[in-house]
Design a protein around this ligand. Structure first.
Ligand SMILES: Nc1ncnc2c1ncn2[C@@H]1O[C@H](COP(=O)(O)OP(=O)(O)OP(=O)(O)O)[C@@H](O)[C@H]1O
Ligand SMILES: [Mg+2]
Length: 259
């Protein structure tokens, strides 16, 4: 095991990101521990996806430092970013799969981009990844238009796992799924964390996911992390936005009504 990386999989220090005159992330710092599932919550449009995309080098920053698995992140072609990119898998919020490729070809895409492998080996790996996410080899022949939402998320996860990453970034992986499918997806993430020792950085609005799979939850508000810790600690936070999020009308609807 590479011990040079130390305790943290991701270190974000004093990060500033903006577009034009708008500052989205304002001197934000965040450490993600190796092997943990960290959930990130925040208002819609608050900068969660921007944070994720900045960490992986897709959005340039104005200042601040970012390290992933011990490598310093710069622009996409920097050596540090490239070194870290070999260790991460990503499930983006938008348009998860290439519509003209089958599920299997989608899963093989990062392998083809990064490695030279025989087609027999590519097929073997894709079948193994399909199985890992609970899909059959036959599902691999389907095109994205032939998959349900839950299957699409699973294929996207299989693709994120294609290169056997140490860390996966998931941007709202369970949005649009029914609670049972979302629960299955959460259980899968937890299993992968346990069996592969994955570090998971997960943007989510799903209160059940936050409660059941996340080791810690970070709340993003006003361009900064305003609370971070296990869910029980966040529930006790007195930050106004965090209180409104977890104790607002909609989340209270989840609790049984007093008669
Ligand atoms: N490339 C870009 N250029 C200009 N503005 C951008 C860009 N990307 C994001 N933004 C802006 O940054 C802000 C944060 O967007 P972001 O996508 O991070 O929100 P989010 O927290 O992920 O929201 P949601 O929960 O709705 O997905 C938004 O106001 C968005 O319009
Ligand atoms: Mg987003």
């Amino acid at each position: 095991m590479d011990t040079s990386v130390g305790k943290f999989a991701i270190r974000v220090n004093d990060l500033v990101v903006g577009f034009g005159h708008r500052v989205i992330l304002d001197h934000l710092s965040l450490d993600v521990r190796r092997g943990e599932i960290l959930g990130l919550v925040g208002a819609s449009g608050g900068g969660k996806s921007v944070l994720m995309r900045t960490i992986i080098g897709l959005i340039p920053r104005r200042s601040g430092g970012i390290e992933v698995m011990g490598a310093r992140i710069g622009s996409p072609h920097d050596v540090g970013t490239q070194r870290a990119a070999g260790k991460w898998g990503i499930l983006f919020q938008q348009g998860a799969l290439f519509s003209s490729l089958t599920a299997r070809q989608n899963i093989q895409f990062p392998l083809r981009e990064n490695l030279v492998l025989s087609s027999a080996l590519l097929d073997e790996i894709a079948t193994a990844k399909l199985e890992m996410v609970g899909l059959t080899p036959e599902d691999g022949d389907k095109f994205p238009s032939e998959l349900s939402g839950g299957m699409t998320k699973r294929v996207a996860l299989a693709r994120a796992l294609a290169l056997d990453p140490a860390i996966v970034f998931l941007d709202e992986p369970t949005s649009g799924l029914d609670p049972i499918a979302a629960g299955d997806f959460d259980a899968l993430i937890k299993t992968l964390q346990k069996t592969l020792g994955l570090t998971v950085f997960m943007v989510t609005h799903d209160l059940a996911s936050l409660n059941t799979v996340c080791d810690r939850v970070a709340a993003l508000a006003d361009g900064n992390i305003v609370a971070i810790g296990p869910m029980r600690e966040l529930l006790q936070s007195d930050h106004p936005w965090v209180r409104a999020y977890f104790h607002g009308k909609r989340s209270l609807m989840l609790q049984p009504k007093a008669s």
